[in-house]
Design a protein around this ligand. Structure first.
Ligand code: SF4
Ligand code: SF4
Length: 370
């Protein structure tokens, strides 16, 4: 059975699902609260978040970096639609976006994004991802089966609240390292010289002022054309070959290429996921949260995220305010004033925390090594 079709497991892109299943021993749980086909962030008046996104762009208001092998994966997929193929081809011809390492946001877009994201994320069409087909009924991602580390792991809400978010942040960090490592390795395997690889790394780290100026003056192409070496006439072929190389790698191969740092990071993630799987919750007590009045006797409780909140009534808030210190009595006390669903929602976002949750944290597992 294709795990991507399993309603209990997150449908990650095939390549990343294969590697992560191997590392973690079982698929990651599906984030059912973040139902992208019926986006909960687009409901006006919703009290489970402090903001509302536009239904045509939702959270796809940024341009992800696609490493060379994922660009090749999209190009090699017979199911890729014509619009996505055309967008991708145009971006590959745009020297300010494309390099042998992959495709990224053009410098000017990055400046605008950094300036506007605090207010405009989820709202500004001008920030919309180029791979998104915008429609009034909801945008459609053209590269869904080939999403990068950020797009595969970002969710507006988590069934396991802050701890679920912590797991996904670690998954993203691991995959980001893998993307950086493997895109460079693919360049090496496809014959780019050591000098070109050094220039590529410098180009990636070039400061934004130089890159913006190059984009505006149209000189970036002359600066970067030599980076393609013998592949300058066949960039699409270069990306396809990158994918063929990376798709053949097992997780053990990836670890061998990544060395000690990647292995340590992978083990830390496996330990974090294992700790979460291992403990049924018990012994509730009050966590830290912020209270935002929402009118009509309703209050929004905010913990780890503006997009994953819970609304309570005045009576429910009063019950929380009188939570007993004895953790064995907390559940009984709160059940007198609220439904089991509301109690579960408060536990989910960390308004109420369990003894087990206090016993470990992602930071304690990392031990400052990474
Ligand atoms: S992850 Fe994005 S598209 Fe999916 S439900 Fe959340 S805001 Fe909507
Ligand atoms: S690649 Fe897909 S999921 Fe990622 S931002 Fe673009 S449209 Fe959204």
């Amino acid at each position: 059975m294709d795990e991507g079709a399993n309603p209990d497991h997150e449908p990650l892109p095939r390549l990343y699902r294969r590697w992560l299943d191997r590392l973690l021993g079982a698929p990651l749980r599906r984030e059912k609260k973040a139902n992208c086909s019926q986006c909960p962030m687009c409901r006006a008046g919703d009290t489970a978040a402090l903001e509302v996104y536009r239904p045509d762009v939702k959270c796809c208001t940024y341009t992800p970096k696609l490493p060379n092998f994922l660009v090749g994966s999209v190009l090699s997929d017979a199911a890729t639609d014509e619009r996505t193929r055309a967008v991708l081809t145009a971006r590959i011809e745009d020297a300010s976006s494309a390099s042998p390492l992959g495709l990224r946001a053009a410098p000017l877009y990055r400046l605008v994004y950094e300036a506007a994201k605090a207010q405009g994320f989820g709202k500004l069409e001008s920030l919309a991802c180029p791979y998104l087909t915008i429609s009034a009924t909801g945008g459609q991602c053209g590269v869904w089966n080939h999403r990068n580390s950020a797009c595969s792991t970002w969710f507006c809400k988590h069934i396991d609240g802050p701890h679920g978010a912590a797991v996904w942040r670690e998954v993203e960090s691991l995959l980001r390292r893998v993307e950086s490592l493997l895109s460079l390795w693919a360049c090496f395997r496809l014959g780019l010289s050591a000098r070109t690889l050094a220039e590529l790394r410098a180009e990636v780290e070039a400061d934004s002022a130089a890159r913006v100026t190059g984009e505006l003056l149209g000189t970036w192409e002359a600066n970067t054309a030599k980076l393609w070496s013998d592949w300058s006439g066949d960039k699409l072929g270069f990306y396809r070959e990158s994918f063929a190389l990376i798709d053949a790698l097992s997780w053990a191969d990836v670890l061998a290429l990544g060395g000690a740092e990647l292995s340590v990071q992978a083990e830390a993630l496996a330990a974090l996921v294992q700790a979460q799987r291992g403990h049924p919750p018990s012994g509730l007590q009050l966590g830290s949260f912020r209270i935002q009045p929402a009118g009509s006797g309703t209050f929004i409780l905010v913990t780890y995220s503006r997009t994953d909140c819970v609304a309570v009534t005045r009576a429910e808030l009063a019950a929380l305010a009188t939570t007993p210190d004895d953790s064995s009595r907390v559940e009984e006390h709160l059940r007198r004033s609220m439904s089991p669903e509301k109690l579960a929602a408060l536990i989910s976002i960390g308004v109420l925390i369990t003894r087990e949750r206090q016993a470990y944290s992602p930071q304690s597992l990392h031990g400052g090594m990474l």
